[in-house]
Design a protein around this ligand. Sequence first.
Ligand code: 1CP
Length: 349
Amino acid sequence: MSTLSDSRFLRALACQSVDRPPLWVMRQAGRYLPEYLELRRQTPDFMTFCRTPELAMEATLQPLRRFPLDAAIIFSDILTIPDAMGTKVRFAPGEGPIIDDPANSEKRIKQLITPDVEDTLGYVAKAISATRAAMPADIPLIGFAGSPWTVACYQVEGGSSKLFFTIKKMAYDAPKLLHELLRKITAVTIDYLCMQIQAGANAIMLFDSWGGVLSPECYDAFSLPYLKTITQALKEKHPDIPVTAFSKQAHHAYSKLANIGVQGIGVDWMIDLRDVRAQVGPDVALQGNLDPAVILTTPEIVSEHAHRMLDQIASKPGYIANLGHGIDKHTPIENMHALVEAVQSHDYS
Ligand code: 1CP
């Protein structure tokens, strides 16, 4: 019987040889699958959906039933942490996440709690253990959290933002206060990810989706050190669990990320994979980086661009095929099939 040690995804993360690169897709659970939309219609409140282990498990498994993917990611959200810290999160239809009482002042930041993760976020552990038990033995389950910087963006701005001026202003005029917030989020995130690993997560991904809005100097001060603290803490407690960090559009950061102890680095579509490989050397796996706009087109165009991406990097170990960011909810199913087919049929010699 196949086991996790045969997993293409874990082997590729360890830069070991594979018959072909593994494939999974950011935001593969949820969003574009009709069976997900049907499930969501029955539970319109997104946070309630996340808090219900049976629903999270079902959404996680749905893409695996349709496509021969090499990893699953647990259905949850990065905003479970701010919600547990006392900055309650709600999702208004069509508007994205909203925090009505954001942590944008000293008083609010000092009020934030460092919750017991089993008490407040145990629903994620339950979803992971149920999903792990229901999955094929050789397919890994990815647990995740937002980077402290990216989580703080939502917590301080009160939701999505285009310019992030509230939190970026804080970085310049109240850096100590922002560090206090980031330290609190980091402590909760470490406990949260250890809980996910104990529940059965086989790999961890840190989404630093807004790392690229910082200047290199601010990134080095407000994002990188916290990614490092989390990675090192996990390494100490769970040395066999690989960590991937994705600092979207922080193109100055790749060699720095390669030195904080991660096994994998997520790459967005705005940079050539060969340039990133040249920056980080051969010992870190790279994951990405097809433009999510490509997969909105036609199977022929998806196939052409997927093969081009694979030509750049995929003949050497340490590569995981993926998009450069999340799959869009308007993606046609046949285009996902075309991506799978391209990865399966590519000439890796
Ligand atoms: O109506 C719906 O179904 C809600 C859409 C949705 C889904 C399916 C949201 C709202 N979150 C999720 C699940 C989710 N979020 C997963 C698990 C499913 C999967 O990816 O396969 C994961 C890993 C996330 C992570 C997440 N949430 C990130 C980091 C990754 C990324 O895409 O950058 C971020 C930034 C969020 C916040 C968030 N949650 C939801 C939305 C619409 C947003 C983004 C808001 C914004 O653009 O600022």
